[in-house]
Design a protein around this ligand. Structure first.
Ligand code: NAD
Length: 312
């Protein structure tokens, strides 16, 4: 029987832990806080900002919203980051990308205090991650680990340490925010880790790798990239992808909404219905990795807050 991993329940459990820890800190007169920095009004970034604000409210964190207009200068953005670095109410800083074209990512990210870099953007923290000593493992990759750790304990009755050691893990996607850091986290746990990407597919080699995976982690942003031909019978599949696609009827025609526009839905990178029954366990989309990601960010903010206040 396939286990469809209940990531929403994992997210809820984590939130309870975060709320409890926040209350303990508040009893000591310490309140954790997250500042988001969004230059301009990119739609996706605004959505993400709204989620962070909501979760901060739920957990009892301070929330600071820095949202200069899109024509803000790079110098002004760097000044905002410096101000947030010095602000004691801010435990963690989250820059929301994309920045407007005239602002370089590295100018902003390299200014963030490494002790407030809660999504591991700064090269110093990425270096520590690669060395196996992460202070703030980035949110999405650590959500993948959290989900697999809990699956290992609950369903395989295994210590996660033994679960990863020597496991054949294939990561699809090699971005700096998901694919590469998730591969580092798996390597750090002594898994045999392979990374595939768009050029693997272009050479026609994707299936050769993914078919060998005990654990397949997919983060490509391509709906239906992974179907039954790409998955080993009995594999564990973690689908990180988030894609908006048109809803089609049985003839393959778009279904229209009441305004006459094509209806859309959210799917992952894995053809869930076609793949599910051949897997040992799988995460769904929606209700998958994304339900845990924000919680991992908040856990990093708690860690940052405790470090900054010398609390264990
Ligand atoms: P990205 O565009 O930066 O990177 C995509 C990666 O996929 C690249 O390494 C690329 O080489 C690879 N890729 C693209 N097409 C491919 C193909 N045909 N075959 C093999 N590899 C291919 O994207 P990202 O920021 O890493 O995000 C990846 C996906 O994860 C997106 O759908 C994004 O929305 C989603 N995401 C989800 C969460 C979450 O919390 N669930 C968080 C962040 C990102």
């Amino acid at each position: 029987m396939t286990v469809v991993i209940d990531c929403v329940a994992i997210g809820d459990e984590l939130m309870k832990e975060i709320v409890a820890e926040t209350e303990t800190l508040k009893a000591k007169g310490i309140t954790p806080g997250i500042a988001t920095l969004l230059a301009g009004d990119d739609f996706g970034a605004r959505m993400y900002r709204g989620q962070v604000e909501k979760f901060c409210e739920e957990a009892g964190f301070n929330y600071i919203n820095e949202n200069p207009p899109a024509d803000v200068s790079e110098e002004e953005v760097v000044e905002i980051v410096k101000r947030l670095n010095a602000d004691k109410a801010v435990s963690g800083i989250l820059p929301l990308r994309p920045f407007p074209e005239h602002i370089s990512d590295s100018a902003v990210i390299n200014t963030i205090d490494v002790n407030k870099d809660i999504d591991c953007f700064h090269p110093f923290n990425m270096g520590k991650l690669a060395l196996g000593e992460p202070t703030f493992p980035p949110a999405t990759p650590s959500a993948v680990v959290e989900i697999l750790d809990r699956y290992a304990r609950e369903y395989e009755k295994m210590d996660p340490k033994d679960f990863y050691e020597g496991a054949e893990i294939v990561v699809v996607g090699h971005s700096n925010i998901v694919g590469k850091p998730v591969a580092f986290l798996m390597l750090n746990r002594n898994a045999t880790t392979s990374v595939c990407h768009v050029f693997t597919s272009m050479k026609g080699n994707l299936e050769k790798h993914t078919k060998g995976a005990d654990i397949l982690i997919v983060a490509a942003g391509k709906a239906d990239l992974i179907g039954p031909d790409q998955v080993k019978e009995g594999a564990i599949v973690v689908d990180v992808g988030i894609n908006r696609v048109k809803v089609l009827d049985e003839k393959g025609e778009p279904v229209l909404n009441e305004k006459g526009k094509p209806k859309t839905k959210t799917v992952g990178d894995v053809s869930f219905d076609a793949v599910k029954d051949m897997t040992k366990a799988i995460t769904p989309v929606p209700g998958g990795v994304g339900s845990v990601t924000n919680r991992m960010l908040m856990k990093n903010a708690l860690r940052a807050c405790k470090m900054q206040h010398g609390v264990e």
